[in-house]
Write a protein that binds this ligand. Structure first.
Ligand code: LRH
Ligand code: MN
Length: 427
């Protein structure tokens, strides 16, 4: 039985309980004045890109515990992502990391992805690892390196990533730089930044006119004293200096504990420089845990800023939504299904916030009712409506159960026995 039949069968087995929950919720939402059909359309329009580097089991320096039926190459990763798209109807695009998932024949990968119903979102460069046969090492940086030959090697790589992306149909490149220092005095804090800017200007010039460049900030790791693009301020300075087709990418895990990330989102919207997101969650550092698993209210508050920005037409092009996670103990496909379900539900809850009522309470400094207005939306169990949005779009009411019912992992376990999966060097 193919996945579509299994999904239909699983949906049918849940139809009665689903309808009960859905009708109760619809009644409440209509009572609160919401346009349920409009909500369904908006939920169905929500898309998030799946990272090519998250389909194999992730690991840490202390070890990796691979699972069964891992994809052995980027083509099999497309097959796995097509399962996520079939069940959630929310992941029509892939974000590729190069060279981790560089295809020998980009056109062949584009065509295979198209057969899987998939396209490509932002491509990602990698100047944080030395590649076999590379002339120069990135031990002391890439775009910020004191040696122009090393910088040129890094710039060339990023331009090559753009060229591969052009064949795949991407229109964005995300540049995250591990560049930084471990000890005070090791690196000039200003010269390193100037070198990064001039390098990115060359990549910016190399991009086709319809492309965007995303700069991704991160406070530390692998550098443990100073990171050149350490915070949103550094990223914003780069994006503003580069030009209108440069913007900032916010990886939720790239913030020191207790940082008010929704405030950073509001500032980048205000600056017209919010380019995209890497969704994940974390308890301590850049833990790359499943989105919404640790701080679900923060994720809601981020989406509240995004919905308010969209309603006030604060941007010419909407941010690019992408996932960036490492699945060390969960089945990667199940973790990604859970992630998309969480993102769909969190976005839907943010759509429930009555902006005018909230603005009125803010104008009256009615602290209690302003907060209660947000919490009411956050505490609404919107999941039956999100499940219905998926069902109407041909997806699963319960993607994780439908996936388990498909025995996909077991089948891949058999099919992919020969020739085990080779994880990217760092994972
Ligand atoms: C850096 C990062 C970056 C990717 C990598 C996989 O921590 O978030 O976005 O290149 O993870
Ligand atoms: Mn990231």
């Amino acid at each position: 039985m193919n996945l579509a039949d299994i999904t239909a069968k699983d949906n049918a087995s849940r139809q009665n309980s689903h309808n009960e929950d859905l009708n109760a919720l619809k009644a409440r939402l209509e009572r609160e004045g919401h346009d349920v059909d409009a909500l369904l359309r908006q939920i169905q329009a929500f898309e998030v890109a799946v990272p090519s580097w998250a389909l194999g089991t992730g690991g840490t320096r202390f070890g990796r515990f691979p699972g069964m039926g891992e994809p052995r190459n980027v083509f099999e990763k497309m097959d796995d992502i097509s399962v996520i798209q079939a069940l959630t109807r929310g992941t029509p695009k892939v974000s590729l990391h190069i060279p981790w998932d560089e295809p020998q024949d980009p056109a062949a990968l584009r065509d295979h992805a198209a057969e899987c119903g998939l396209g490509f979102d932002a491509v990602n460069s990698n100047t944080f690892q030395d590649q076999p046969g590379a002339h120069y090492s990135y031990k002391f940086g890439s775009f910020s390196h004191v040696d122009a030959a090393v910088r040129d090697q890094a710039i060339e790589h990023a331009c090559h990533v753009v060229d591969v992306g052009k064949t795949l149909g991407s229109t964005e490149i995300t540049v995250w730089l591990a560049d930084g220092s471990n000890y005070p005095g090791q690196m000039s804090l200003r010269k390193s930044f100037q070198r990064v800017l001039s390098g990115l200007q060359q990549v910016y010039k190399h991009m086709p006119s319809d492309w965007r460049l995303f700069t991704e900030h991160k406070p530390y790791e692998p550098a443990f004293y100073a990171t050149v693009v350490q915070d949103w301020g550094s990223s914003l300075m780069l994006a503003q200096a580069l030009g209108e087709r440069a913007a900032c990418l916010v990886d939720l895990g790239h913030h020191l504990p207790n940082t008010n990330i929704e405030m950073i989102v509001a500032r980048l919207v205000e600056a017209g420089k919010l380019g995209g997101f890497h969704f994940n969650d974390s308890k301590y550092g850049d833990d790359d845990l499943t989105t919404g698993s640790i701080k679900p209210y923060q994720l809601f508050l981020v989406f509240h800023e995004l919905v308010e920005a969209a309603r006030s037409k604060a941007w010419s092009s909407a941010p690019a939504y992408m996932i960036d996670q490492s699945h060390n103990v969960k089945d990667p496909i199940e973790a990604l299904l859970q992630t998309v379900m969480t993102l769909q539900a969190t976005y839907a809850r943010a759509l429930l916030v009555p902006s005018d009522a909230l603005a009125a309470y803010q104008e009256e400094n009615d602290v209690m009712m302003a907060e209660q207005t947000l919490r009411n939306a956050y505490e609404t169990d919107i999941r039956p409506l999100v499940a219905e949005a998926r069902r109407l779009a041909g997806g699963a009411i319960d993607p994780i159960h439908a996936f388990r019912r498909s025995d996909y992992r077991e089948k891949m376990g058999m099919a992919r026995e020969q020739g085990s999966y080779t994880p990217p060097a760092s994972l």
